[in-house]
Write a protein of this length. Structure first.
Length: 116
């Protein structure tokens, strides 16, 4: 299983970025997908998740600002990030998890930096 994340970059506070994660080598529709982030000196945290049912969950810190979505035909999950804050600065990782297939896979991470 391979996960290729992209879309990170440097943006000013209040700006937007859209992260993408393309999954290959597995049956994408059988996976629950998540975006995590890890800031320097902090533990990795779950930002948003979208289950294969389409149900979504968000960390309280990003509710109303971030939107996770997926397209099973394209084997892709996105994270639309609006109203970005300096506290959102981190490396963002996508995760694909399938209990049925007994798989738990990670992408390589993409850096998001928000300047004040």
């Amino acid at each position: 299983v391979q996960l290729q994340a992209s879309g990170g970059g440097l943006v000013q506070a209040g700006g937007s970025l859209r992260l993408s994660c393309v999954v290959s080598g597995t049956i994408f529709s059988l996976h629950d997908m998540g975006w995590y982030r890890q800031a320097p000196g902090k533990q990795r945290e779950l930002v948003a998740s979208i289950f294969n049912s389409g149900r979504t969950t968000y960390a309280d810190s990003v509710k109303g600002r971030f939107t996770i979505s997926r397209d099973n035909a394209e084997s892709t999950v996105w994270l639309q990030m609006n109203s970005l804050e300096p506290e959102d600065t981190a490396v963002y990782y996508c995760n694909a998890r399938s209990l049925r297939l007994k798989l738990d896979s990670w992408g390589q991470g993409t850096q998001v930096t928000v300047s004040s």
